[in-house]
Design a protein around this ligand. Structure first.
Ligand code: BTN
Length: 326
């Protein structure tokens, strides 16, 4: 723990603490405590200060912290991990994609508090306001061929859903290929970009955006969405903890994916399928049919009047009663 984190931990009970007592507990001078308190306040921590009583924590915002993230990552992997934490960046995926010399075994992580040009799938913009959400990219090497990459994006979406479930999120669903929905609203999206080949391995950049604290004052998102605070208000969602859980689950799943392919994940993906049994339309192609789950490669099955159609790319959406069958 950094000294600021130790100080925050002491204050986290919401009780009054004198500067003298804090200094004694931390083994530093009162001046050092005073400087640390000022730094915390600069970072948005709300403290009350009263002569004779000392300091009391009113509200601690969810601050991204490098040490807290790294200490939550599984020890057997943390040696290979390098982590950059940015206050503001254009896009964490863009940053890792421009990494010229990543090394085949390195795991590069990049997180940001705010993205000015967050990238979404199919050239869309990912709205990324400051302080609200998780914007995480992971640069990793994968052995195996390019043919595997279709299943990869489903495996990552499933791993993110499982990470959030392990933290207490109830019933996240997967919308093929890799959106995570709660109550039919988008909670998280995944964007995978191919970095190229290096020493016989493919390197990919896996970008994950998760809505955490975003509230209804955010009006720019052009599809139904939900945040973790809204989906599961009884839990206090902390971004450092979420990032570490997601990294652990994704890296664990990638190991299993390299050994067994998508087949190993098919059943777990299937039980979370948000589109199963729904009337669907595809884009492009405009097929119409009923959602019928994924096959062992991760392709989506659509039951049409002319038989089964397998989708390897594109988008699927629920078809509403008032749409014409053109
Ligand atoms: C989607 O369209 O559903 C995918 C959204 C992916 C957004 C994340 S946020 C972190 C990373 N950096 C980016 O620029 N995009 C991804």
């Amino acid at each position: 723990m950094t000294s600021e984190q130790s100080l925050l931990a002491l204050l986290s009970d919401g009780e009054w603490h004198s500067g003298e007592a804090l200094a004694a507990l931390l083994g530093v001078s009162r001046t050092a405590v005073w400087k640390q308190l000022n730094r915390l306040m600069d970072r948005g921590v709300l403290l009350e200060r009263t002569r004779g009583r000392g300091y009391r924590l009113i509200e601690a915002p969810d601050i991204l912290d490098r040490h807290a993230i790294l200490s939550g990552i599984d020890k057997n992997r943390s040696q290979r991990v390098t982590l950059d934490v940015h206050k503001k960046i254009d896009s964490t995926n863009r940053a890792l994609m421009s990494d010229k010399d990543p090394g085949s075994d390195a795991i590069r992580l990049c997180v940001a508090d705010h993205q000015s040009a967050g990238r979404g799938r199919r050239g869309r913009h990912w709205i990324s306001p400051p302080g609200e959400n998780v914007y995480l990219s992971m640069g990793v090497g994968l052995t195996g061929g390019f043919a595997e990459l279709g299943g990869l994006s489903l495996v990552v979406g499933l791993a993110v859903a499982q990470a959030l479930e392990s933290m207490g999120l109830a019933n996240p669903r997967l919308k093929w290929p890799n959106d995570i929905l709660v109550n039919a609203r988008k909670l998280s999206g995944v964007l995978i970009e191919l970095q190229g080949e290096l020493d016989g391995a493919i390197r990919v950049v896996i970008g994950v955006g998760i809505n955490v604290h975003m509230g209804n004052k955010e009006q720019r998102v052009d599809q139904p969405w939900i945040s973790l605070d809204q989906a599961s208000p009884d839990r206090s969602w902390q971004r450092n903890e979420i990032i570490a859980h997601v990294v652990n689950h994704v890296l664990g799943s990638l190991d299993r994916f390299e050994r067994g392919g998508f087949e190993v994940f098919q059943a777990a993906w299937q039980v979370r399928d948000a589109l199963f049994g729904w009337p669907l339309r595809t884009e492009p192609g405009s097929y119409i049919g009923l959602g019928d789950g994924v096959d062992q490669t991760g392709a989506y099955r659509l039951k049409t009047t002319e038989g089964e159609v397998l989708l390897n790319s594109g988008e699927i959406s629920i078809r509403h009663d008032n749409e014409s069958a053109d």
